[in-house]
Each structure stands twice: as C-alpha cells, then as structure tokens.
Ligand binder design. Structure first.
Ligand SMILES: *Cc1c(COP(=O)(O)O)cnc(C)c1O
Length: 355
C-alpha cells in the first residue's frame, strides 16, 4: 500500500532527493568510494557545500553581507549560540510555544530577557498581537512556525529592532525578507534534509559585538571564516540539503513552494472545517500552512483512537498530534504533494460516512 508521510520531523523529502543521496552513499561521483567514507576536505565534496550555500543564497535572495553556514547540534544548540553571539544586555522573545520557551531559557543565562507577549494561557493556539518591543533590546527572537501547535507567522513583521528567527519548520517554504533579520536558523530535518545539520544565515556585521569570550565552536565567526569546515561537518545531511535545494529550484523556487503550501493547506483546512467529526485547534488567521493540527469534536471523542487506526490502515503515517495538543497533526512540508493531502481528506470523508 502507498504510504503518505505526514511526520513532523524528521519528515518527508522529495523521492528524487532520497534516491540521489542513496546513490552517492553507494558510490560518490563514480570514484569507487561512498559519500560516507570520503574526506569533507576532498576536492569532490567542496563543490557540494559550495553549491548548497550558493543555492540557499539564490533561493532566498539573501543580500550581500550575510553568511550561510551548516552546523551540527540541531536547532536546540542555536538556542544558546544566539544569545552567546548576539545578546549584549537585553533581548526580547515572543513566546509562541515550547521551542520559543526553550530559546528564552538559554538567553536568560546571558542577559535580561523580555517576554514581549505569550499565548501560553491558551495553549499557544494563536500568535499574540498588539504587543510592542522595547527599542533598547539587542534583538527580538521569534519562532516563525510553531511546529507543535500549528500556528505560523508567514510574513516578516515590521518591528523597530533587529530580528532573529527560528525557522526550523518553514524555511524555504516562502520568500523571506532576510534583510530584517540578524540571524535565521533552522534544524534541517523538517523541511530541508535528514537530521544532523542546521542551516544558519547570519549578518556578518552583527557578529563580534558582544563583550564576552565565546568558546571557539560556539562562535559563529569560526564557522563563517572556515566555510563550515572548521571541524568535520555532517557530510551526508549537507549533501541531502544540497539535493533538496536543487529540487526546490527546479520546481520553481520558494514562490512556487509558497503557492503549493497554500493549495495544500486550503484543501485540508476546508475538510477540517466541513467534516462534522473534526475541528481545527488554532485561531483561523494564525493557521500554519506547514503544521496542520486538528482534533475530534467533543461529541465524537470516543472516535479519536479509531480514526487514527483507520487512517494508519489507509497508509497515513505520522498524523498523531503532539501530546501537548492531542488529536492529529498533518505536517505538510515542501515535499508533501496535493495527492497526499487529498488522500488524507478522502480518509476523513470515508470515516465520517462510516459514523
Ligand atoms: C524541531 C524544532 C526545534 C528543535 O530542533 P532540533 O534540531 O531537534 O534541536 C526547534 N525549533 C522548532 C521550531 C522546531 O520545529
């Protein structure tokens, strides 16, 4: 039976990206060795990381003066690297979920942290509006897509300070006005690659301003100066990221990804709103195009488990919601197809007809 992958992360990648990576793992560039057993400094690998960097810059139209680097440690390591490198006295954080909170926790180790707004009281079911940022902060940190709760800030907001964003689960799904940010980071296993690499886009002249000593490996400048090759980078995940970026470019770039994301989300939210068994969990205007969360309506509560079993039996993978929201979550990253979303919709309709 055909499987439809709605996993939240690690998550679906385009089939050709997987196939091309698999081929290179068997034999890299026809050189008789695997991609897994060559030096990251070999003349064959350098063009891969160069191409990944160049494609990221091209696809997001990254202005001059920014660097793109590939690091280990996941987005979670960035939670401390951000304040280490950018927090001088005071930083502002928008608390839109567990990831935002974790980022805030690390920042408190380095300076004063202002929580500009929070939707914690409503289990993060909306993006707070109408807040202001103190103008004397070093940066405002936001989480553009709240993977767990299914809320998203899909536009680059206007604030009077520099922004830093965790875009782990929506980077490369839309055009981004990079000039508004001092730093953007994303754990790659949601929308770019397999687990093991984090992409960081940093404004060069925003670095080096903090008074503190930074351990070498945690200093963004170390990795920028060495082109992500200060130490051994995650070679295979970087290769896969490069393949995904090629795929995005070949499929029309981030504008096309954005259009497809809107089409997918429209189909699925329309069914969630129409189907008597289900409802969305998020304020409509803040609904994520990437992480689509829904629950069973209260009067059908006993159907939650049966629906999960029914859908799983029909090839739907990874639709169980995160434990802090419950219900269901269909992750619809770039690689998700209209066909996949339509398959889920027909499973929802069939289940409704049976009850
Ligand atoms: C998954 C996720 C993280 C954590 O990523 P790791 O790479 O596992 O550290 C951070 N932020 C967001 C928005 C995420 O979705």
């Amino acid at each position: 039976m055909k499987k439809y992958n709605f996993n939240a992360g690690p998550s679906m990648l385009p089939r050709e990206v997987i196939e091309n990576t698999a081929k290179q793992i068997l034999e890299f560039n026809g050189g008789g060795l695997s991609l897994a057993e060559i030096s990251h400094r070999s003349k064959d690998f350098q063009p891969i990381i160069d191409e990944a960097e160049a494609l990221a810059k091209e696809l997001l139209d990254i202005p001059e003066g920014y660097s793109v680097i590939f690091l280990g440690g996941g987005a979670s390591l960035e939670f401390c690297m951000i304040p280490y490198n950018f927090l001088i006295n005071k930083a502002a954080y928008l608390n839109t979920g567990i990831w935002a909170k974790k980022a805030m926790k690390e920042a408190k180790l380095f300076g004063e942290v202002v929580e500009v707004a929070s939707s914690a009281d409503a289990n993060y079911s909306f993006i707070p509006k109408g807040w202001t940022v103190p103008t004397d902060v070093d940066y405002l940190h936001i989480t553009s897509n709240n993977t767990i709760y299914g809320t998203e800030m899909r536009t680059d907001i206007d604030v009077p300070v520099r922004m830093i964003a965790d875009m782990s689960s929506d980077l490369f799904s839309r055009p981004v006005d990079v000039a508004k940010y001092d730093c953007i980071y994303a754990g790659a296993q949601k929308n770019l690659s397999m687990a093991g690499v984090t992409i960081v886009i940093a404004k060069n002249d925003a670095l080096g301003r903090v008074p503190r000593q930074i351990p070498t490996m945690l200093d963004y400048r170390t990795h920028i100066e060495k082109g992500s090759m200060f130490n051994t980078p995650p070679v295979i995940p970087i290769y896969t990221a490069m393949e995904t970026l090629r795929w995005i470019k070949a499929n029309g770039g981030v504008q096309a990804m954005d259009k497809l994301a809107k089409e997918r989300a429209e189909i699925l939210y329309a069914e969630i709103d129409r189907n008597k068994l289900f409802r969305g969990t998020v304020k409509e205007e803040d609904r994520s195009l990437m992480s689509i969360c829904f629950v069973i309506n209260d009067e059908y509560a006993e159907l939650e488990k049966p629906f999960l079993e029914f859908a799983t039996g029909r090839g739907m993978v990874g639709i169980k919601g995160h434990r802090s929201v419950g219900g269901f979550r269909a992750s619809c990253y770039n690689a998700q197809t209209i066909e996949g979303v339509e398959a889920l919709v027909s499973v929802m309709q069939e289940f409704e007809a049976n009850h």
